[in-house]
Design a protein around this ligand. Structure first.
Ligand SMILES: Nc1nc2c(ncn2[C@@H]2O[C@H](COP(=O)(O)OP(=O)(O)OP(=O)(O)O)[C@@H](O)[C@H]2O)c(=O)[nH]1
Ligand SMILES: [Mg+2]
Length: 632
């Protein structure tokens, strides 16, 4: 799934363009409609000619609302930089472009709109020359310029087809099995409760998933999922996603918080980053400045510590350590933006190189600067870890190959990750570079474990009278290969997360237990056995009496024993019967069917089922019309 976003100066026609492309005007608020100006983010989607749906985030262009723009623009795949033909490049055209550049938005199209107001080709050429100069050296350097009018619809088809071609060149989003949804909107809907929206990154969310909101730590469950207003069982990376969360109040969730699977990300209040101060800023940036920090959909005040220098001049780059007032969720590699609180101004941004630095760095320490420089490349352990994440579960050999690390670094990285517990070896043996043993990254391991336990628990809930889920059923529900599944089960059993009885898997604490109503029915059933211990009701009658689940549970619990598909005895009666038959044969050397029948004053049906059963379990052996004891 892909998401595109608009960008550009106020009033240049972004929202009108989206309305023309999708049929729905993205400005929802009364105030926005009255002022003909976007204030909050607007959302929509577009179906491309190839049938692919693309999510849309429409941003405000007014300089007062740049911070709203920042909360939605982070997760997009491509930008539409909208420029009105009658005005050309304006201040927020440049500021939005700088932001797209700092966030490294990978691609985009420049839309020269309102061409119905400026149809002189010479003028349009002039404006385009200006645009080319503005985008030169930025992420949109090579972007095509499409001339359109949202009013007359000129050029819209070409715009859509260019967009489709552009998006086709982009690989699908990575699924790292670590979903995070930076929340850009929170609201409540009557009958549903809390709903949050955002662009889903790094993994999937599924109905029923337990989720955590970070940094607040509240837990809830995914009650509903929608992408482009359609209900979904699961949402995939890169899709605009609305999540209906049960168990958390709307008021307690804020824009900028992140929805994750419990414990998969830790919030942080200190970040090491590489920073680029924009060329056009009003002054240089000094150590210890108070700045506004934007990452994902979040915003917080930060104290900026400049490392290795006293100040940064416009267009200079350097290392910074940010002390955040509020915790945020961000990881190495995320892009961020800094703004000056007042007078407000976009200062610059860059990439996070460490989201959990060990502590406050000394500002002029060569070692610190050197390690930051190597971190921006990624340590071998980081690189190997990224490889494991991308592969989910794979052999050490495959993982090392994917990392493209040379043997010596790979060796150290492997050892480091295994020791830190970030990498888990699933099979017995010592993983070496060339080994075929399966490894998995901790986040994926935790996710699999949570999913497995969830399946087992919900099985217990649906079938409290069964001893557990059949092994095969669990395997097919987890959709894992036999090798991976077996390795996982061996781990879970040895960690005592599950117990296995005869290929049925259960939580260790699970016991078959009847509720009061069921107990009463069981009592009534047992009385029937007491009345006629040797000619009890048939299996069919028993089932009609208490139902299949209870009947099977009584057999599981060894209260009853089935000697044939139709004949069931109480275990204690059965024990007596077997004992007596053995004694009888011991005395007379053999027994017939009729003698067995008379011994228990029962009918032929029961006697025959019993003797055939005793043959089959190796107690007796048939000899013509007689049974004898099987010799040991
Ligand atoms: N003639 C003409 N007018 C247009 C065109 N596109 C937009 N407009 C008008 O320009 C004005 C601003 O359009 P919007 O779409 O609200 O501009 P915007 O870029 O979304 O503005 P902000 O969200 O506030 O930054 C409206 O009055 C539109 O009707 C066009 O192609 N031709
Ligand atoms: Mg608008």
């Amino acid at each position: 799934m892909r998401v595109i976003g608009t960008a550009g100066h106020v009033d240049h026609g972004k929202s009108t363009l989206i309305a023309a492309l999708t049929g729905t005007h993205p400005d929802r608020l009364k105030e926005e409609q009255a002022r003909e100006m976007t204030i909050e983010l607007g959302f929509g989607w577009l179906t491309l000619p190839n049938g692919e749906e693309v999510g849309i985030v429409d941003v405000p262009g007014h300089r007062d609302f740049i911070e709203n723009m920042l909360s939605g623009i982070g997760g997009i795949d491509a930008a539409l930089l909208v420029i009105a033909a009658d005005e050309g490049v304006m201040p927020q055209t440049k500021e939005h472009l700088a932001i797209l550049d700092l966030l490294e938005i990978p691609m985009g199209i420049i839309v020269l709109t309102k061409t119905d107001l400026a149809s002189d080709p010479a003028w349009l050429d002039l404006v385009e020359t200006d645009i080319r100069a503005a985008v030169s050296g930025t992420v949109l350097d090579a972007a095509s310029i499409v001339r359109v009018s949202a009013k007359t619809r000129t050029g819209l088809d070409e715009l859509v087809s260019r967009l489709a071609t552009l998006l086709e060149t982009k690989p699908a989003r990575l699924d790292l099995n670590r979903p995070r949804l930076p929340i850009d909107r929170v609201f409540s809907m009557s009958g549903f409760g809390t709903i949050v929206t955002g662009t889903l990154l790094d993994g999937q969310l599924a109905l029923g998933d337990e989720v955590e909101i970070v940094p607040s730590g509240q837990r809830g469950r995914v009650r509903g999922l929608q992408t482009h207003k359609k209900k979904e069982e699961r949402a995939i990376p890169g899709s605009r996603t609305a999540v209906n969360i049960s168990g958390i109040d709307t008021e307690s969730i804020q824009r900028g918080a992140v929805v994750i699977h419990p414990n998969q990300y830790q919030p942080t209040r200190r970040i090491d980053a590489h920073f680029h101060l924009l060329k056009d800023v009003s002054s240089s940036l000094k150590h210890n400045s108070e700045v506004k920090f934007f990452v994902g959909a979040s915003e917080t005040i930060a104290n900026l510590r400049l490392l290795g220098r006293e100040e940064l001049a416009p267009d200079e780059e350097g290392w910074v350590q940010l002390e955040l007032r509020e915790p945020v969720v961000a990881v190495r590699g995320d892009r961020y933006i800094l703004r000056r609180p007042s007078p407000s101004e976009t200062l610059g941004g860059g990439v996070i190189v460490d989201h959990q630095p060990k502590g406050r760095h000394k500002r002029f320490d060569e070692n610190v600067l050197r390690s930051l420089a190597s971190l921006i490349q990624g340590t071998p352990a980081d690189v190997l870890f990224e490889a494991v994440l991308a592969l989910n579960i794979a052999s050490v050999k495959e993982t090392v190959a994917r990392s493209r690390l040379e043997a010596e670094s790979a060796e150290t990285a492997l050892k480091e990750l295994l020791e830190a517990g970030s990498l888990i070896s699933l099979e017995a043996g010592t993983p070496t570079l060339a080994s075929d043993l399966l490894v998995v990254a901790r986040p994926h391991w935790s996710a699999l474990q949570a999913k497995t336990l969830q399946i087992v628990e919900s099985y217990h809930k649906s079938y409290p009278l069964r001893r557990g889920i059949p092994r095969e059923e669990l395997k097919s529900r987890l959709k894992l290969s036999a090798r991976v599944f077996n390795a996982l089960m061996t781990n879970y059993l040895s960690l005592n997360l599950l117990k296995d009885s005869n290929n049925f898997l259960a939580k260790p604490e699970h016991e078959i237990a009847f509720d009061r109503g069921q107990q009463a029915r069981v009592q009534a059933l047992i009385r029937k056995f007491e009345q006629n211990p040797y000619s009890p009701p048939s299996a069919k009658e028993l089932e009609a009496e208490v139902g299949e689940e209870i009947l099977n549970a009584l057999i599981e619990l060894h209260e009853l024993i089935a000697v044939s598909s139709d004949v069931i005895f109480r275990q204690q009666d059965y024990d007596l019967i077997v004992d007596r038959i053995k004694k009888e044969i011991a005395q007379k050397d053999r027994i017939t069917l009729a003698e067995t029948r008379d011994l228990f004053n029962t009918s032929r049906k029961y006697a025959q089922a019993l003797l055939e059963h005793l043959d089959s379990i190796g107690v007796t052996v048939r000899d013509g019309d007689f049974r004898k004891l099987r010799k040991k």
